[in-house]
Design a protein around this ligand. Structure first.
Ligand code: AMP
Length: 448
């Protein structure tokens, strides 16, 4: 018997979401929606259009673009085979998919640059911890098809604007660097590798492993001993090409012009192979790179690397969960559009018949309404109305059906009035106030 009970308990054990992923519950969705609206608004103002690429792509797309030696490709990808044995990967970042789509859909035929933005979940097999999840949302911007430092400045400006709109700009410090063209960087990588050879004993395990694969990553390792060595390493600027250095100077001039503060950080390299010239990240002012809110850079070689024509580009991506965490840390609330105005309570089948069209009319008038359409007594329904925290309840019982009326109850004051059934909508609208009505419209449909 006990065994049977145990077996049943085991069989019906409640599920939990897999490690490192979480539900976005309604209270956090209010933040998500708000952030999405801010992003969309700033994107539209600047001529960006939204793109959504598939959740999974062929694995080789990420290997070729992000690079085999990057942390993402070597450790963090969710890779699986489909039934035909094709290797697929859940996208760990947004740029590779957007560039693949740019090429596949012939977007080079459109007016350049092509301005795209996205707001989507991404997947990385990271060690779950505060601000680091296995599924996380990012919003990002890509400007593809033109090379000019003014575009890098614009990309940074729009990121900055969004952080400002969300009330968190002051928490972050823009770190910026240039890593030159890939040829110049290759030369510098060799110099860095040579510098570290013979000093392996002072490196952390992670850096020992990547010394010969991706020596630049040793420069921005967060381990204390590695940081001491990194300070002594030859600086990248001495090895960069003249064009990249000039490009960078021009970018800084534009940033000065538009009043964006930055910190030049010659050790900033970003972890992905596809960057060239500009790289930047918004670091937490107190926690540094660990809790960066977003990052980006120029990726002039990527379109060609993925099979398109040589096409310059620049982009930025930020993490939505971290944005929300920072908003909450600053005690910033977003306007709640979810709260109901009215609870409609009824007693009996005849009253219910009156309630159903009334609920529809209330909603049409912009009054957010919910009906208690179960069988509970009026008192039970009123208690329910209290729990839903509505300012008003409309009650229809047998008497009201007979007399063609309804009761409107002010839940806070505990007072009520009886009005004609036909006048309920107008009276409730008046009580709630024109400004509070939900008059949202997605726009008129057009028929051609
Ligand atoms: P990255 O391109 O890796 O610098 O990512 C850009 C931004 O995405 C970061 O600054 C974070 O805000 C966010 N992000 C990256 N990885 C994660 C993760 N595992 N969990 C939550 N947010 C992340």
């Amino acid at each position: 018997m006990a065994d049977e009970k145990e077996e049943k308990k085991e069989r019906y054990k409640p599920f939990r979401a897999p490690k490192g992923v979480h539900d976005i519950l309604p209270s956090d969705h209010e933040y998500h929606t708000y952030i999405k609206k801010v992003v969309r608004h700033r994107a539209r103002q600047a001529g960006f259009r939204r793109i959504t690429t598939p959740t999974f792509e062929y694995t080789d797309l990420f290997k070729r673009s992000i690079g085999d030696s990057s942390d993402i490709v070597s450790k963090e990808m969710y890779t699986f085979e489909d039934k035909k044995g094709r290797s697929l990967t859940l996208k760990p970042e947004g740029t590779a998919g957007v560039v693949r789509s740019y090429i596949q859909n012939g977007m080079n035929q459109l007016a350049q640059p092509v301005l795209l933005y996205y707001f989507e979940p991404h997947y990385r097999y990271d060690k779950p911890q505060k601000g680091r999840y296995r599924q996380f949302f990012q919003f990002g911007f890509e400007i593809i098809g033109e090379s000019d430092p003014a575009l890098d400045a614009q990309c940074i400006q729009i990121a900055n604007k969004i952080h400002d709109d969300l009330g968190i700009k002051e928490l972050f410090d823009l770190q910026i660097n240039t890593i030159g063209t890939s040829e110049a960087r290759k030369k510098y990588m060799q110099v860095v590798e040579d510098f570290y050879v013979g000093k392996e004993r002072s490196l952390c395990e992670n850096c020992k492993g990547r010394l010969h694969k991706n020596p630049l990553r040793l420069l921005d390792c967060k381990e204390e001993d590695c940081q001491i060595l990194a300070k002594l390493a030859p600086t990248m600027r001495d090895y960069l090409d003249k064009e990249s250095l000039e490009f960078h100077e021009e970018l800084l001039e534009y940033l000065n012009e538009i009043g964006i503060e930055y910190t030049e950080n010659e050790k900033l390299v970003r972890g992905l192979d596809y960057y060239s010239k500009t790289v930047f990240e918004f670091w937490d002012k107190t926690e540094g790179a660990q809790n960066a809110i977003g990052g980006g850079g120029r990726y002039d070689g990527l379109v060609e690397l993925l099979g398109g024509q040589s096409t310059p580009a620049v982009g930025y991506a930020a993490g939505v969960e971290r944005v929300i965490a920072n908003m909450k840390k600053e005690k910033i609330k977003v306007p709640s559009k979810d709260e109901l105005h009215v609870f409609v309570a009824q007693l009996g089948k005849e009253a219910k018949k009156k309630c159903l069209p009334l609920i529809e009319d209330l909603r049409e008038a912009g009054i957010k309404s919910m009906g208690a359409l179960g069988k509970g007594s009026i008192n039970v329904q009123l208690r329910l109305a209290d729990k839903f925290n509505v300012p008003y309840t409309v009650l229809i019982g047998l008497t009201e059906v007979r007399e063609g009326t309804a009761i409107i109850r002010d839940m806070e004051k505990g007072i009520q009035e009886t009005v004609n059934y036909e006048d309920v909508v107008d009276r409730v609208a008046e009580l709630i106030g024109e400004d509070a009505l939900d008059k949202y419209t997605p726009g008129e449909l057009l028929y051609s």
